[in-house]
Design a protein around this ligand. Structure first.
Ligand code: UGA
Length: 436
């Protein structure tokens, strides 16, 4: 089957490469000539483990190609995926759908055969209806079915998530749409990945409800962590204790500095906007957004506390280990490190940092931070070392070396990757999240 993927960003490229790996004939389309040129040369526009090898082998096998021409790319495609960005619109938090609608129009104007048009981008409820109207307005003579197929990929684990999904959600309004999508996902269906067919609007809402629920779960455990610190309980045991209940489940109960990334912050805001438009308030999600925002700044204050308070912190130096919103990505969007670094800078603290992949993206967001070649260079002369992102490289630091290089042996572990007793036994003042 031939598949066209319009938009070769994170979602489009991973999905396109994985579909090709399943044996489909895939063309990835993007308006950005330099991105397509780089892809032709095997250079990935994003950092995602395993993606370069997957792209290379499928290009070699002749199943994956790239073009800037939408008309050429969609020719003979049975399924045309729209995987362009839907950033938060400035001012009101609504998802900006202008790229999605522009693609829909261009698809309608250039269709040369019957096709299913699939929205893979995260789009608010009702977007599929509008895409359908836009394509109908182009007066194409070909049969078109507009389908919703949200993605549930996690950055850093996207290929595994795509190939072994918990479920595939497809929102289709007619048999043509359902049949083509069944064919698209047949290789996964054979692997017994469950496929849930729903109406288009339901599918669109499932995506937002899933991300809002996960954001809620994280925020809930983060507030429990704060309470643990006050009452002298241990958040990791609380997480285990509640996660063993099958109704709750153990995942996404890891307390930390607050969620970031390209999805949860943007999608929770967009859901709030939809709820407001339909006069159906989602107060829990409202609270989650507020709590998470203030948490990121609170983490900066936690570091100031470890330095002896805001007054004592002035003129001191802090090393931040990890800047990206989570490990195995170079993505800095809405990362807690931004608020932590800013809070420290505002308090007159000198900040150095090291991140295995994110420093290039981080630089313009925190121009006052000195970026270093490795964790130990960042730690040299520091009054406190802070683990902001749980990269594997920070899980087994040479604590003896840290102690030697740092001005003071103070470790603030915002991801709870060390055991308090071990670090204290190594002579450190240690604070973490939800543990005393
Ligand atoms: C998230 C969802 O997990 C994916 O299913 C979804 O497809 C994606 O958004 C999207 O909508 O495109 P992602 O943003 O890549 O994926 O990252 P997650 O692994 O979900 O982590 C998000 C944030 O939550 C990170 O800042 C992470 O550190 C934080 N987190 C996660 C916690 O603080 N605690 C946890 O227990 C889990």
């Amino acid at each position: 089957m031939k598949i066209a993927m319009v938009g070769s960003g994170y979602v489009g490229l991973v999905s396109g490469a994985c579909f090709a790996d399943f044996g489909h004939d895939v063309v990835c389309i993007d308006k950005d000539q330099s991105k397509i040129d780089r892809l032709h040369n095997g250079i990935m526009p994003i950092y995602e483990p395993g993606l370069d090898a997957l792209v290379e082998s499928n290009v070699k096998a002749g199943r994956l190609s790239f073009t800037t021409s939408l008309a050429e790319g969609i020719k003979d495609a049975s399924a045309i995926f729209i995987a362009v960005g839907t950033p938060s619109r400035r001012g009101d938090g609504h998802a900006d759908l202008s790229f999605v609608y522009a693609v829909a129009k261009e698809v309608g104007e250039n269709l040369a055969n019957d096709a299913v048009v699939v929205t893979k981008s995260t789009v608010p409820v009702g977007t599929g209806d509008e895409v359908e109207r836009i394509i109908a307005d182009t007066r194409t003579s070909h049969k078109v079915s507009v389908v919703s197929n949200p993605e549930f990929l996690r950055e850093g684990a996207a290929i595994a998530d795509f190939k072994r999904p918990d479920r595939i959600v497809i929102g289709a309004e007619d048999e043509f749409g359902r049949e083509v999508m069944h064919e698209v996902y047949r290789p996964l269906f054979l692997n017994e990945s469950p496929i849930l067919f729903t109406s288009r609007r339901t599918s669109e809402l499932i995506k937002y409800a899933a991300n809002a629920f996960l954001a809620t779960k994280i925020t809930f455990i983060n507030e429990m962590a704060d309470l643990c610190e006050k009452v002298g309980a241990d958040i990791q045991d609380v997480s285990r204790g509640i996660g063993m209940d099958n109704r709750i489940g153990p995942k996404f109960l890891h307390a930390g500095p607050g969620y970031g990334g390209s999805c949860f912050p943007k999608d929770t805001l967009a859901l709030l906007k939809t709820a407001e438009d339909y006069d159906s308030p989602t107060r829990i999600v409202e609270a989650v957004v507020k709590v998470n925002d203030s948490r990121k700044r609170a983490m900066g204050r936690k570091v100031l506390d470890a330095l002896g308070g805001a007054d004592a912190a002035r003129g001191k130096k802090v090393a931040l280990l990890g800047l990206t919103f989570k490990p195995n990505t170079d993505d800095m969007r809405d990362s807690p490190s931004i608020a932590v670094a800013q809070t420290l800078h505002d308090a007159g603290v000198e900040v150095s940092a090291y991140d295995p992949e994110g420093m290039e993206q981080a630089k313009p967001m925190m121009p006052f931070v000195t970026m270093c070649e490795n964790p130990y260079e960042a730690i040299e002369g520091a009054d406190a070392t802070v683990i902001v992102t749980e990269w594997d490289a920070f899980r087994a630091l040479d604590l003896g070396k840290v102690k030697e290089l740092a001005k003071s042996p103070v470790l603030v572990d915002l991801r709870n990757i060390y055991t308090p007793a071990d670090v204290r036994a190594a002579g450190f003042e240690y604070s973490s999240v939800g543990r005393t």
